[in-house]
Structures are given as structure tokens and as C-alpha cells.
Design a protein around this ligand. Structure first.
Ligand SMILES: Nc1ncnc2c1ncn2[C@@H]1O[C@H](COP(=O)(O)OP(=O)(O)OP(=O)(O)O)[C@@H](O)[C@H]1O
Length: 262
């Protein structure tokens, strides 16, 4: 674990942070569906919507939160009031607040305290953090406390430029970054782009202890956009579709990296 990573202590909860450089690449859709698929494998999962100011996880889960993580930070609610059951068995959400001005929280670490407190509950097998896009101070703070980071990207050059910026930053004090492609038809495409990013890192002499780990791809599918519009999870509605199988394979890789096995 890096020196700033959340100290698990005796907690069984494992932290997975899902991020992207570029916005709109499918990060929240992936987070919600990964949470569901993990629960289907028998795990109890909490999702923390850390997309500060642009929270939309409640829309994906089709729930109306009474309390948000900010109520907890401002001591207006207990943590147990903020952790809400979603319609999916063993999937819980700690909602963010859309359009919320976070000027009160100029110290971004107050937000990451929520993560440590959820881990300390020792209630969840996996705690997933959905960060905002970009690399603002809040995103950086969430990345700092995470040892398992999954970056989602498309093959779009601007998205790849953002991923490289993320690699550059993380290579200073992290060991690895898992990379997953969305809207990408074949694993071969993702694999070869990941190789190019690795070569670029070598050429630019990024820390050689830092590893980029390609973990898979998910194709474009109207199943995903349609279920998203209907506030449903594609992995729940279409468990035999190609995109669900692709995401299952991504999860296999994530679990291998996090636990050294399934
Ligand atoms: N593989 C896919 N095929 C088709 N549509 C997709 C796919 N992945 C995501 N989408 C759609 O793309 C849109 C953006 O996805 P999402 O909101 O999850 O992105 P995001 O990265 O979380 O965005 P933001 O940066 O705003 O947080 C949604 O309408 C979603 O349904």
C-alpha cells in the first residue's frame, strides 16, 4: 500500500477508485454496473458518488437520496443515514449532490474522510469511488488515498491525452493503474493502445516501477445508452449481452489485480 492509501486496518473492505481523464466516457455507467455485477458474485458493495458538484449516481440507480455525503461532512446526518439501499440487493449508495457548491470544503481531505469512515465500518466487501472527470484537487485527493485505481477511456485522442496526464501524475507515487477501454470493439485495439502508452511512458522516463495494466474493453451498444436513459443497469437487464460479458471479463481482471485471484 502507498503511504497515503486508506489504512484498511482490520477492515475487510477493499477500495476501488474509478476515474477518467476526460468526461463523458462512461465512468458512472461502469461504476454502477460493476457494483451490481460484484453483488451478483456475492459481495456487498458501497458506491460513493465523489463526482463533486455533478453527482448522477442516484439517477443511474433510480433512487432519491434523502441525505448526501455532504450532510455527513456537515454533521447534519449520521453515516448510516447517508448509506442507502439501491434497488439492487447488496448494492448501497452514498449519494453526492448535483449542482452543489463545494466552496465550504476548501480542504478536499474532508471528502476523503468519508471513504475512510465507510471502510472502517467493515461492512462492505468492496467500496467503489466514482470520481469526477479531470484532475482537480478533489479528484487528486481521492486518487491519493486509493491503491486500486481503474481509469476508463475511449480511443479518442483527447481522452488518451488525459489518460497519459493521469499516468504521469500517478507514476510519481503509485505502483500501477488499471486501464479499461469503453466504446472499443476488440480487446486487441485496447491492448495495442495500452502498449503505445507504455512505450510513451518509457520514452519520457516515467517512473519504471509504475505499471499500466490493461484490463479489457467494452463495445458501444445501444443497450447501454437505452438502459441508462431508462434509469436501469444494462448488466441487470441484459445479462447475456456481449457488453455484459465484456464487463464481467473486466471485473475478473480487476479482482485478479486486487486479490491475486477471483
Ligand atoms: N459502451 C457504451 N455504449 C453506448 N453508450 C454508452 C456506453 N458507455 C456509456 N454510454 C453512454 O454514454 C453516456 C455517458 O456515460 P456516463 O454518464 O457514464 O459517463 P461519465 O464518464 O460518468 O460522464 P461524466 O464525466 O459526466 O461523469 C451515457 O448516456 C451512457 O449511457
Amino acid at each position: 500500500m502507498t503511504k497515503e492509501g486508506v489504512q484498511y486496518g482490520s477492515s475487510k473492505s477493499k477500495l476501488l477508485t474509478i476515474t477518467s481523464g476526460k468526461g463523458g466516457v462512461g465512468k458512472s455507467t461502469f461504476t454502477a454496473n460493476i457494483a451490481y455485477l460484484l453483488s451478483k458474485r456475492g459481495y456487498k458493495v458501497a458506491v460513493i458518488d465523489a463526482d463533486i458538484g455533478l453527482a448522477n449516481m442516484q439517477v443511474l440507480f433510480n433512487v432519491r437520496p434523502v441525505h448526501t455525503i455532504f450532510d455527513y461532512i456537515e454533521a447534519k446526518a449520521e453515516l448510516s443515514d447517508v448509506i442507502m439501499q439501491t434497488p439492487y440487493y447488496n448494492v448501497y449508495l452514498l449519494a453526492g449532490k448535483s449542482g452543489y457548491s463545494y466552496a465550504n470544503h476548501s480542504n478536499s481531505f474532508v471528502l476523503t474522510r468519508v471513504v475512510s469512515d465507510v471502510v472502517a465500518l467493515n461492512e462492505f466487501d468492496y467500496v467503489l469511488i466514482d470520481t469526477g472527470a479531470g484532475l482537480n484537487d478533489y479528484v487528486k485527493e481521492f486518487l491519493k488515498i486509493s491503491d486500486n485505481i481503474l481509469a476508463l477511456t475511449t480511443t479518442d485522442p483527447s481522452a488518451l491525452t488525459d489518460v497519459y496526464a493521469l499516468m504521469k501524475m500517478l507514476s510519481k507515487d503509485k505502483n500501477s493503474l488499471m486501464l479499461c477501454f469503453n466504446h472499443t470493439k476488440t480487446a486487441k485495439i485496447g491492448f495495442s493502445i495500452a502498449k503505445s502508452l507504455e512505450n510513451l511512458a518509457k520514452k519520457n522516463r516515467l517512473n519504471t516501477n509504475f505499471m499500466l495494466e490493461y484490463i479489457g474493453n467494452v463495445s458501444s451498444s445501444s443497450t447501454i445508452s437505452t438502459t441508462g436513459r431508462l434509469r436501469k443497469l444494462f448488466a441487470y437487464e441484459f445479462e447475456n449481452e456481449t457488453v455484459t460479458t465484456e464487463l464481467e471479463m473486466v471485473i475478473d481482471e480487476v479482482l485478479k489485480k486486487m486479490n491475486g485471484g477471483l
